[in-house]
Design a protein around this ligand. Structure first.
Ligand code: GTB
Length: 217
């Protein structure tokens, strides 16, 4: 059954593929599963209809027949479990790929989100000048550790997996900070993910939404 996901009708990322529907689009493209998109406004995300799908009033959601999911970790894992291509067949390798999904979401993403809040929301606070370097230090610590683990490998554990998909998308959120430039193997890792045909298709699809919204259609 063809799933339907939700995405921003007017994404604040201006089509840069940073909103989290991009992860789900990319996963669906990797496994060759066509999908529909229902675009929602910020107001629509807070209606009872949307809250029934997503208790936190956010995007993306994922509907497939009677199944409704939220949280990109869960959605990408579901897609990876139901289709070939995003998780290895070997049980141990599969568990390690899932571990990298969790690492992306639980260890790498939180300090990166903290930085976005520090830059976008807390910039005017009197303590902002002291907080940002602390947040940046936490990110650099994680980037250094991840860089050491990745080393000269193409992907985190053998072949490209849902763990890489999630990690690359999380790291992309640092693009405006230029922090990745200090970790050439991580910058190359992100570029490798972005070069995948499935990524390019997903990126083009979300950009088309932004372009159409911007041109007033
Ligand atoms: N943990 C959830 C998941 O992984 O699915 C988080 C979902 C989430 O944060 N969704 C955001 C949302 O719906 C959109 S992606 N926000 C609206 C709200 O909470 O009311 C976050 C996002 C937004 C904007 C940019 N940007 O402009 O660059 C990037 C990412």
């Amino acid at each position: 059954m063809k799933p339907t996901i939700t995405a921003f009708a007017n994404s604040p990322d201006r089509g840069r593929g940073l909103a989290r529907d991009m992860r789900v689009r990319w996963a669906l493209e990797e496994v060759g599963q066509p999908y529909d998109v229902r675009l929602v406004s910020f107001d629509a995300m807070k209606t009872p209809e949307h809250l029934a799908l997503h208790p936190f009033g956010q995007i993306p959601t994922y509907e497939e027949g009677d199944l409704a999911l939220f949280e990109t970790g869960s959605v990408v894992f579901h897609i990876a479990e139901r289709h070939k291509g995003l998780l290895p067949d070997d049980a141990d390798a599969r568990a390690r790929a899932v571990t990298w999904m969790f690492a992306a979401l639980s260890t790498m993403e939180p300090p990166i989100l903290d930085r976005e809040i520090a830059v976008l929301v807390e910039r005017d606070k009197s303590w902002s000048g002291e907080r940002l370097p602390l947040v940046d230090g936490r990110i650099r610590n994680r980037l250094g550790q991840l860089s050491t683990r990745l080393g000269t490998s193409d992907w985190l554990d053998g072949a490209f997996s849902a763990g890489d998909l999630m990690m690359v998308h999380v790291l992309r959120r640092l693009s405006s900070s230029r922090m990745l430039e200090d970790y050439p193997n991580l910058a190359a890792y992100v570029a490798r993910g972005e070069a995948r045909p499935a990524f390019k298709r997903a990126f083009a699809a979300q950009l088309a939404v932004f372009t159409a919204a911007a041109s007033g259609r």
